[in-house]
Design a protein around this ligand. Structure first.
Ligand SMILES: Nc1nc2c(ncn2[C@@H]2O[C@H](COP(=O)(O)OP(=O)(O)OP(=O)(O)O)[C@@H](O)[C@H]2O)c(=O)[nH]1
Ligand SMILES: [Mg+2]
Length: 334
């Protein structure tokens, strides 16, 4: 191991990050995401400056969430979809793969790269696993900022892969335009632990691994889900979530899935729903930043650190009113 392997890599200057990201330089983009994900106090100001600078160049990508229970085939399907976009449609695709960071397994960072083996080596693709660090159970704390950086780097589509554990879907839905739920055939939703609320949030459903011996079961599951979808109240723009079957293995249904994403986008653009959703998301983001910032400011405050909460006479904590929410959070909200 080289002597400095355990030390953090040296940071770039803010203009170097901005320039590299804007030119779509993937190594710089990866380092810029590391900077905004950093919890080091001295990274906060450069991260805020970087986000400030790139913000005017954001907002143009399609933001697509791909979710589903562990092993539903999310990574493999994103690989297939991404290849369809890069090869057949000449687009640039970024994938933020949110790893659940299991303290036991240490997460599957390498696993995700291998399951997107084809896309990971494409010049017009960027695959980035991010540790979730326990934040809301599955979405990395700075996923939203990472999406913005990918947009500033010129990617047409940003996929966010998140594992289906409930809370993370709600968080990821608050940063994407289209929510694709992957389901396994032959398991039935009650058996695969997919909560009704998550099915209700989905804009598109896909029964995965519809190939080989599984093809018929997938078709049956599709029919069952398509019937069940009618029981949910219609979306505000009356979009009716289609249920498709896909195989990442033989590519069946992959172009159709992309066509459904585009149809959803066209519909939500026409109805104004996408804009409304992004506005709501910006408000939710602000709220979250304020909460995180206040929490950090509180825990860093020496007056708070000195309090012994175990003392029986400590029941009410008085904090000085001037709470510094932190430069990064303050500047990032526009
Ligand atoms: N037959 C078949 N197998 C598939 C297909 N897609 C994925 N698999 C297999 O299913 C397993 C899980 O696939 P992943 O893509 O890693 O699933 P995931 O949902 O990303 O899993 P986690 O990220 O661990 O939650 C792998 O062994 C894949 O080879 C498919 O379309 N057909
Ligand atoms: Mg995966």
């Amino acid at each position: 191991m080289p002597p400095d392997a355990r030390l953090p890599r040296t940071r770039l200057s803010v203009p170097a990050y901005i320039d590299g990201v804007r030119r779509g330089h993937r190594a710089t983009l990866a380092r810029a995401i590391t900077l905004v994900e950093s919890e080091r106090a001295d990274d906060a100001a450069p991260a805020a400056d970087l986000l400030d600078a790139i913000l005017p160049h954001t907002g143009r990508a399609r933001r697509i969430a791909i979710t589903g229970v562990p092993g539903a085939g999310k990574s493999t399907l994103i690989d297939a979809l991404g290849m369809h976009l890069v090869r057949d449609r000449g687009e640039r695709v970024a994938v933020l793969s949110i790893d659940p960071s299991s303290p036991v397994s240490g997460g599957s960072l390498l696993g995700d790269k291998t399951r997107m083996a084809r896309l990971a080596v494409e010049a017009n693709a960027f695959v980035r696993p991010s540790p979730a660090r326990g934040h809301l159970g599955g979405v990395a704390p700075r996923t939203r900022e990472a999406i913005l950086l990918c947009e500033a780097a010129g990617f047409d589509t940003v996929f966010v892969e998140t594992v289906g554990v409930g809370q993370s879907e709600i968080a990821v839905r608050q940063m994407t335009d289209c929510f694709v739920l992957l389901l396994l055939a032959g398991a039935g939703d009650e058996l695969q632990g997919v909560k009704r609320g998550i099915v209700e949030m989905a804009d598109i459903l896909a029964i995965t691994k519809a190939d080989g011996a599984n093809r018929e079961a997938a078709a049956r599951a599709r029919t069952a889900y398509a019937g069940a979808m009618h029981l949910f109240p219609p979306a505000p723009d009356r979009w009716s979530p289609p249920v498709l079957t896909t195989s990442a293995l033989d590519g069946a249904g992959v172009p159709e899935l992309w066509a459904a994403v585009l149809a959803h986008q066209a519909g939500s653009d026409a109805s104004g729903q996408r804009l409304a959703r992004r506005r709501e998301q910006a408000v939710a983001w602000l709220r979250e930043l304020v909460t995180i910032g206040l929490g950090r400011a509180l825990t860093r405050d020496p007056a708070v650190a000195d309090i012994n909460f175990d003392r029986p006479d400590v029941s009410v904590v008085q904090i000085e009113p001037a709470v510094d929410v932190g430069a990064a959070d303050d500047n990032a909200v526009r």
